[in-house]
Design a protein around this ligand. Structure first.
Ligand code: ADP
Ligand code: MG
Length: 729
């Protein structure tokens, strides 16, 4: 077995960086060439069809059947000309992966001739065999009908299918026969539309020209890269996506020499390669750099409309996995693949933009715009404050549970960082005594609104320890997991924002009806909101223990376990919020909760099995062989009369034996606990036992195994070590 480790190391070390050629000299020549984008539509569709389809995209309206036929036809010609042989609806079921089922374009006529065929009906709707996707009780398997429906707001694209041909992928929603959401996209689209409506209505108080508000997202994706041979020599990485054992290397990230350092050549080639592919697919990938941990990297695109940004992120993850194969790498998106060093997040940079080109979260030097900015800012604070637990629920997963609150990761406490000047501006707003405005007075001046610092964008006031940080002209939600689909977080964030803005509008309208002056009424409401929610603001070190204490004093939640966090979805407040905003019905929320819980249980169960297997079949068996070697040596020394010299060896034998025994006991007890958990019929109960009793053994067993790694002969150790996985590139 140890041979396997050294063979893998030999292979990994002998690899060279691939040379990667640009598709062509200028980016503009290939950027978006694999997408059925606006430009292509304009050139291929009749003016009437083009107008209708762009209108449908704008308003989220329906596409007529005859228009769909025309679009399908154009899509097919375009795709076939580019080498496509198949098409598929591409969707995001609640498994967390993307799904596709390829159908060939060609059909056979009565005369046995092959023709290419793709009609509007096939574009608009498909019925995949959906029985194996989770539905959380919404759909009985015997009635496994689920439909995928075209989402025209995200352009269709071409995927190389590896064997020469290409597949036309049509971004779609996935719903049950009875119309309930079975995917991530459906509620997301509803939340985006809700926030558009609510924010547009609020913008109307400031500017009548605003008719549409578009939420924007720039997801920064962190990931690890491990050589493929080393990856396959670690059964835990293969099975669970993370290492369950491994002693920290002598040099981890303490020197902080990896961050923004030189990218290793093989990794650089991989990045350049997937970026070319991403750009062909119209993804604006922009930055690449090393991350804090050795072997960790980041890719970030320029922000886009949320729905598109999420499709692009899901697609980018797929693409990275595919391209990594060529470079003999495996990409890890798991939130915590290695203990003791940083995990991977997906920082969700989020804002709201208007059709008039205004970023509603960008401070301005103009008093009127400042009031609008403050309105949106304070409403975000209030929304996050009132629904902090729901935001926490939206990022709950088995993987993220290891990351939140660990090395250099935000804690499970949701708090907001604003920066000094903005905090000051809000304090001023709150403490300002009643302002009496006479006719002819400059209201803004009196209110002090003209003093909102306009230089915030250049302010390098950054707090990287805050889970929800204001970063100049957007918020950055940093607690989202690296492997997550951002849709669940974006659905919650945009839904709570929509709901809050609706409340704000109702509050304001009531005051206006009572004859109050608009600006004064707005300021009054914002003051009250701020006072209500300011306990969620925190400027200090979010990674510190003091903050955990302080947050508890402030009454902020610190929900560490995923099952508990997910439980928030079922609270009456949450159910009502989703219903009010039209994002998810009660039964849809219930089904999501069930699915997420089941996913959690399965993941922890797999990890537990991997731990048992590796501990007994790899570690204990190696330790026993080592004990044998030691015993022989000790015996030989004693035989030679060198009893004292044999003593230290006997000491090692005693330690190894004790650890082997502890591992064996731990594994046996863990297996028993698992059996007990598996016998439970209630998923919530089962998840709870897994989250506590089963998981409690993980660290106990790991501790002993990692100690053995330090004792047992390196030549015999079967598992690729941390230093090898992290540094051999
Ligand atoms: P950082 O210092 O956090 O890396 P960047 O300026 O590089 O900050 O931005 C990080 C991400 O935020 C990028 O994806 C960027 O496109 C995105 N971003 C910038 N402005 C907005 C916005 N208005 N809405 C959403 N995302 C944005
Ligand atoms: Mg960032």
């Amino acid at each position: 077995m140890s041979n396997f480790r050294f063979k893998a190391l030999e292979i990994a070390q002998s690899r060279q960086a691939l040379s990667v050629a640009a598709p062509s000299e200028r980016v503009s020549e290939y950027y978006g060439s694999y997408t059925f984008n606006n430009e292509v539509m304009r050139s291929l569709l009749s003016p009437e069809a083009y107008l209708k389809i762009t209108q449908a995209i704008e308003t989220g309206g329906k596409v007529d059947r005859d228009i769909a036929d025309e679009v399908a036809n154009a899509m097919k010609s375009w795709a076939v000309a580019k080498g496509a042989t198949h098409y598929t609806h591409w969707f995001q079921p609640l498994t967390g992966d993307t799904a596709e089922k390829h159908d060939a374009f060609f059909d056979v006529t009565m005369e046995g001739k092959a023709i290419e065929k793709f009609k509007g009906g096939a574009l608009v709707q498909q019925e995949p065999d959906a029985s194996s996707f989770p539905s959380g009780g919404l759909r009985n398997t015997f009635e496994a009908r689920g439909y995928t429906g075209w989402d025209p707001s995200s352009p269709a694209f071409l995927m190389d299918n590896g064997a020469g041909g290409k597949t036309l992928c049509i971004p779609s929603v996935f719903i049950s026969y009875t119309g309930e959401a079975l995917d991530y996209k459906t509620p997301l689209l509803k939340a985006l539309s809700a926030v558009d409506k609510a924010a547009t209505a609020v913008c109307q108080y400031f500017d009548r020209n605003v008719t549409k508000v578009t939420p924007t997202l720039g997801p920064e994706q962190e990931y690890f890269v491990v050589d493929k041979a080393l990856f396959f020599a670690r059964p835990d990485l293969v099975m669970a996506g993370r290492t369950v054992f491994g002693h920290a290397p002598a040099r981890g990230q303490q020197l902080e020499d990896h961050y923004f350092g030189t990218i290793p050549p093989r990794v650089n080639a991989f990045m350049v390669d997937f970026e070319f592919e991403a750009m062909k697919l119209g993804m604006p990938v922009r930055t690449r750099h090393n991350e804090v941990a050795p072997g960790q990297f980041e890719v970030a695109p320029t922000f886009e409309e949320v729905n598109l940004a999420i499709d692009h992120n899901a697609l980018l993850m797929d693409l990275m996995e595919k391209v990594a194969e060529r470079h003999n790498f495996k990409v890890l998106f798991h939130e915590k693949p290695f203990a003791g060093i940083n995990g991977s997040g997906k920082h969700n940079n989020w804002s709201l933009g208007t059709n008039t080109g205004v970023n509603l979260l960008a401070p301005s030097s103009k008093p009127k715009e400042s009031l609008r900015f403050l309105t949106f800012l304070v409403n975000v604070i209030k929304a996050v404050h009132d629904h902090a637990d729901l935001l926490r629920a939206s990022i709950a997963s088995a993987g993220n549970e290891y990351r939140l609150g660990a090395n250099e990761a935000p804690p499970a406490i949701v708090s907001i960082f604003l920066g000094e000047s903005l905090t000051k501006a809000l304090e001023d707003l709150e403490t300002k005594s009643e302002v009496i405005v006479n006719k002819g007075d400059n209201v803004y001046y009196k209110l002090g609104i003209n003093r909102i610092p306009s230089l915030l964008r250049d302010n390098t006031d950054r707090n990287r320890t805050s889970p929800f940080a204001f970063t100049g002209n957007k918020f950055e939600f940093r607690a989202v997991g690296g492997g997550a689909n951002s849709a669940s977080t974006m659905t919650v964030l945009n839904a709570i924002m929509a709901d809050q803005l609706n409340k704000f509008k109702a509050d304001l309208d009531a005051r206006l009806a009572a004859g109050e002056k608009k600006e004064l009424a707005i300021v009054d409401i914002l003051k009250a909101y701020y006072a209500d929610s300011k306990r969620i603001l925190f400027e200090g070190n979010g990674y510190s223990d003091e903050w955990v204490e302080e947050a508890a004093k402030r009454g902020l939640s610190n929900i560490k376990s995923s099952p508990e966090a997910l439980g928030v979805y079922l609270k009456p407040d949450s159910l009502d919020l989703f219903e009010r905003t039209g994002v998810l019905s009660h039964s849809e929320v219930h089904s999501r909760y069930e699915i997420e819980l089941e996913k959690y249980v399965k993941k922890v169960q797999i990890e537990s099995r991997v731990i048992g297997d590796l501990a007994m079949n790899h570690v204990v068996s190696t330790a026993l062989k080592y004990l044998n070697k030691l015993a022989e040596t000790a015996k030989a020394l004693v035989d030679l009369g060198m009893t004292t010299e044999a003593d230290p060896i006997k000491g090692i034998i005693a330690e190894v034996s004790a650890r082997v025994l502890a591992i064996k006991k731990g594994v046996d007890a863990m297996t028993e606990t698992r059996k007990k958990a598996n016998a439970l019929t209630d998923t919530a109960e089962m998840a709870k036992v897994y989250a506590t009793e089963v998981k409690d053994f993980f660290d106990v067993i790991r501790y002993e195994v990692d100690k053995l790694e330090l004792i047992i002969d390196d030549e015999d150790w079967p598992l690729v070590k941390y230093r090898e996985m992290l540094f051999v590139k």
